[in-house]
Every structure is written in structure tokens, then in C-alpha cells.
Design a protein around this ligand. Sequence first.
Ligand SMILES: C[S@@+](CC[C@H](N)C(=O)[O-])C[C@H]1O[C@@H](n2cnc3c(N)ncnc32)[C@H](O)[C@@H]1O
Length: 159
Amino acid sequence: MRLERVAAHVPAGARLADIGSDHGYLPVALISRGAIAIAVAGEAGSTPFHAAERSVRESGLSQLISVRLADGLAAIEPRDEITAISLCGMGGEKIRDILDSGKARLTGRERLILQPNGGEQALRQWLMENGYRILFEEVLRENRFAYEIIVAERSGPVT
Ligand SMILES: C[S@@+](CC[C@H](N)C(=O)[O-])C[C@H]1O[C@@H](n2cnc3c(N)ncnc32)[C@H](O)[C@@H]1O
């Protein structure tokens, strides 16, 4: 349910970079449904990277999903022409750090779909300081946990 709610905020036809993709379920689900054009699954860990590679290979979608072993936004290359970035299932501070250290790879035209596990305040602060407006947010409860989803786009100064 958590990843389904994240998926609902990825614009139709997007070119998605899912950073910290782990098993690669989000890009595989969206490409299988024809909901997005292409995806990059970025992973910093070698075990999850191999898990994502396996999911993509078994889904037969290797032409449309690139799995890359990379730290944060370093998985994104200019030729990808990414229009949406998802960062899910990590602490808000970690998501903030990935965005901040990878700023040079952001064009400012990407929609950010963020699902922090705690630490939302630090992330909100970063979004505000970097001119991102929060378009939508929701909190959902799955099993015993509450998950927040924040959708943001760069818009100029925000208070
Ligand atoms: C708990 S999993 C979440 C997986 C998936 N995004 C989800 O929401 O179900 C977090 C993943 O982020 C990856 N990760 C952590 N730091 C990262 C970084 N700097 N760059 C890329 N991936 C990272 C970890 O290896 C791990 O697979």
C-alpha cells in the first residue's frame, strides 16, 4: 500500500529515477503498467543492487529500466532526462542529505516524491530553503507504522 500511494504521485509518462530502489519494485510496477516511459533504479548497496537487477531481468523490462550502483543522485545522467525522482523508505535526514549532495544533478524541473521514515522536519526545511513547494502530502498507516509522503516541485521562494 505504501509504494502504491507513492506510485499514485508519479506523473503519467514520467521518466523516473527511483533512488534507494532496493528490490526495484516501484519502477518495475510502473513500467509494467505502462504508467511511465523509462526508469532508473539507483542503489548504493551491492545486495539491493543485485536484487533490483534480478527483478528487472525477471520482469523482462531491461530495455526500459536501468539499474545503477551509485550513491544517491549520482545514478542520474543528463541523457536520462529525468522528470520525477522518488526517494522512499529512508529517514528524512538521509533523503535531505542525498538531495543536498546531489543538487548539481537536479535541473529543478523534476517532481520529487518523497517518503521519509521519520525526520520529516529536516526534509521540509531543505525543501523550503531550496525553493520547493509542497504540492501534496499524506500520511498513511500500514500495519503498525505511519508513513508520510511529500510531493514537491521547485517553484521559487517558499515560506
Ligand atoms: C529501506 S530501503 C527502501 C527501499 C524502497 N525505496 C522502498 O521504499 O521500499 C532503503 C534503500 O536505500 C538504499 N540507500 C541508502 N542510502 C543510499 C544512497 N546514498 N544512495 C542510494 N541508495 C541508498 C539502501 O541500500 C536501501 O536499499
